[in-house]
Design a protein around this ligand. Structure first.
Ligand SMILES: *[C@@H]1O[C@H](CO)[C@@H](O)[C@H](O)[C@H]1NC(C)=O
Ligand SMILES: *[C@@H]1O[C@H](CO)[C@@H](O)[C@H](O)[C@H]1NC(C)=O
Length: 492
């Protein structure tokens, strides 16, 4: 009975067959789960598995045995239930062989009914009662690989098993011959029934988990305008202390096809220094932010009618000294100012800073007897600095104006005093444009995390063209067994 479980051995061969992948495309958002994150997921997975698997009903066992002095007895066990299991220690290992999860020293408690009957010369004697069984030193293990199949993750169970070391049976009632009879006849059968049932349920659990993985949508709708492409790129990368998962990570229009396609070879992301202390590291390349900006730009969302500025700037009278001809041509007329971004904003992530350059036109319009007359246009190059923040599971930001350049594009109202124009535009940017952008940036967009997980104590660093979030995780509905399955995948 004492044979070691050898699920790990076969897997090397199987996994190496899977590591051959045709395309190596980098994802623009990558998530690295640290050892701490793997341990957290493992505990959660075991907790979920236990709460969904038990009580576990085993099939009835019957047997005829020869009992000394009594003769041939027909014995049966029924209503056999494993009603609780305790896993005091477990471990998760990752590496070339996939993910290996082992729980050892587990105990399981069973209860069951016994009955017997035998013929004594002429009369049939029978009795029944209950028994409890404790299974000790149980070892449960599985080895699984995660591979990418056309953009979704697939979980392959490579090996699994359950091994019971010891068993103790406690029969309520009955004679001592019965006790010995049950122990002799059923010990081995109970052990193999337990081993078989748990092994079968690991298979079932992996199938459930796999179908949860497969049902993760390839697109995360952020709002009515943009969706995040969360297609998985390549196979997850497993080292002995982390798992890295890459997703495409670019934004696209909510109901249109790809905005842009970038390809480059995947480079392994190692957890950056302090990332090791947290459960996950999620890193977002500047292209992610550029893709969002370009969806809004291409969707024709980046133009505004300026309001919330001093009233004086809404009437030609206020511009009397800045654009003298404007006032002469249209004395005391109401005005509109329209701000239009003219190309997708440029976003560059430098250390400690997200530099943003926005090219825009500010168009002056006069409302002259029900007619809107464009009179002049000033081109702007706006430099701003963003900083990233985490609000719950959202990556949000705030922006502040660094400086801007204004140049006259065209005018139907003669020369503009550009120095004065500059001052007026500064007011417009500070009182209208930046607050407007901040209102939207503050909402941010959800980081792609599986259902139920919340970031905890997140920290952000900006480094090497990437925004990197280091965070622990908490799991909200820990005791909801219907959520079984989404836990393994901590990022993506
Ligand atoms: C993980 O692998 C590296 C070499 O790739 C080794 O230096 C390190 O000790 C290993 N860590 C563990 C925990 O096995
Ligand atoms: C999403 O990303 C995948 C992988 O890069 C790509 O093949 C697919 O075309 C993208 N989908 C859209 C709608 O952009």
């Amino acid at each position: 009975m004492e044979k070691p479980i050898c699920f790990i051995v076969f897997s090397f061969l199987l996994v190496s067959a899977n590591t051959h992948v045709e395309s190596h495309q980098e994802g623009w958002i990558s998530g690295v789960i640290s050892k701490k994150g793997l341990d957290f997921s493992k505990d959660l997975l075991i907790e979920k598995a236990v709460s969904s698997m038990f009580p576990l009903h085993l099939p009835d066992i019957e047997k005829s045995v020869k009992i000394p002095l009594i003769g041939k007895v027909h014995l049966g066990l029924s209503d056999i239930v494993i009603y609780s299991v305790d896993f005091p220690s477990s471990s998760v290992e990752t590496g070339d062989s996939g993910i290996v999860l082992v729980a050892s020293g587990a105990t399981a408690n069973l209860r069951m009914k016994w009955k017997y009957s035998y013929k004594n010369w002429v009369i049939t004697i029978s009795d029944h009662g209950t028994a409890t069984v404790k299974v000790l030193g149980m070892e449960v293990g599985l080895n699984a690989a995660i591979i990418n199949e056309e953009g979704t993750l697939k979980l392959l169970l490579l090996d699994h098993g359950c091994h019971v070391k010891d068993i103790s049976i406690d029969v309520d009632g009955g004679a001592s011959w019965l006790y010995q009879g049950i122990v002799d006849a059923f010990q081995g059968k109970i052990v193999s029934a337990v081993e078989e049932a748990i092994t079968k349920n690991i298979q079932k659990g992996i199938i459930t988990l796999d179908s949860k993985l497969q049902s993760i949508p390839k697109e995360l709708q952020v709002n009515s305008v943009v969706a995040l492409n969360v297609t998985f790129m390549d196979d997850p990368l497993l080292t002995n202390s982390s798992v890295e998962i890459d997703i495409n990570g670019l934004f696209k229009g909510a109901d249109e096809i790809s905005v842009s396609n970038y390809y480059c070879k995947r480079s392994q992301n190692f957890l950056t220094g302090n990332g090791l202390a947290k459960m996950v590291e999620i890193s977002l390349h500047e292209k992610v932010f550029e893709s969002a900006a370009s969806v809004y730009f291409n969707g024709d969302y980046m133009h505004w009618t300026v309001d919330e500025i001093p009233d004086s700037l809404m009437n030609t009278d206020g511009w009397r000294y800045i654009i003298p001809q404007l006032y002469q041509k249209y004395p005391d007329d109401d005005m509109n100012l329209r701000l239009t971004v003219t190309s997708p904003p440029i976003i560059q992530i430098a250390d400690h800073d997200i530099d943003t350059t926005i090219y825009a036109d500010l168009i002056f319009e006069v409302l002259n007897s029900d007619e809107v007359v464009p009179v002049a246009c000033v081109s702007l190059v706006i430099k701003a600095s963003c900083s990233a923040e985490i609000h719950r599971n959202n990556l949000a930001g705030s922006i502040r104006l660094i400086d801007f350049k204004a140049s006259l594009a065209w005018s139907n109202v003669g020369d503009l005093h550009m120095q004065l124009v500059q001052a007026a535009i500064s007011t417009i940017l500070k009182t209208f444009f930046m607050p407007y952008l901040n209102l939207h940036l503050r909402e941010g967009f959800p980081l792609p995390l599986p259902h139920g997980f919340t970031l905890q104590d997140a920290e952000i660093i900006q480094l090497d063209s990437r925004v990197i979030v280091h965070s622990d995780l908490s799991y909200a509905n820990r005791y909801d067994p219907s959520q079984l399955g989404t836990n393994l995948l901590v990022t993506a």
